[in-house]
Design a protein around this ligand. Sequence first.
Ligand SMILES: C[S@@+](CC[C@H](N)C(=O)[O-])C[C@H]1O[C@@H](n2cnc3c(N)ncnc32)[C@H](O)[C@@H]1O
Length: 212
Amino acid sequence: MPQKITGGQSSSTSKLPKDWPQDIVYLRAPVYSRKLAPESLKALTVVKADLPPSHQLYSTNNPTSSVKIVKITTSSHPANGQHGLFTNQSLLPDSFILSYLGYVHDTTDTNETSDYDLSLDREFAIGVDASSMGNEARFINDYRGVAGAPNAEFRDIYVDLGNGKVEKRMGVFVLSAGKSGKRAKGIPKDQEILVSYGKGFWTERNKTHNVE
Ligand SMILES: C[S@@+](CC[C@H](N)C(=O)[O-])C[C@H]1O[C@@H](n2cnc3c(N)ncnc32)[C@H](O)[C@@H]1O
């Protein structure tokens, strides 16, 4: 049975990324919690004409051909045995890679034990949780213990919905080249995409996973 895909124009036979886990729903667009307050929904879906004309809009393609899900088999990798997200092609500094999709929720509807919950809007305390549904971005690991520094980061983006509205999402971008140009090459092909989850993630995770 092909896995059901939600959130897009796709049918149940649409393509899944290679190695997509069977127990996770693959999304092509976010799924909104029914508990989200109207003002939160308003903050996430904005009239396009209300954005400054210079504001860049993004379009997304799922599955994303520039990335691949890879099982980590390197014993020194702290997420050995889990998966990571790798490049399928070299990516230039500042390039948009993909959106982080998942279940969009507020604090009334939070899975406290999720390791996949990313902040989407601080003012309205909205998060996007990819623990049970999401796209390839859910496999992006933290750089700590893997590399000296991250090579990608999360940035706020707006995606054109095509009906005069734009949707606020979290996008994953290659880091900029830096003042000295030390990251001018971007991310070469077949490299792991690594972000910084922030120290707060690990403090909270260690509490929920009872790490001393
Ligand atoms: C958003 S998931 C990343 C994808 C995950 N590796 C997987 O296969 O589903 C976050 C989890 O990945 C693992 N992880 C990510 N980066 C890590 C790192 N630098 N060190 C140790 N574990 C890491 C931890 O288990 C963390 O809770």
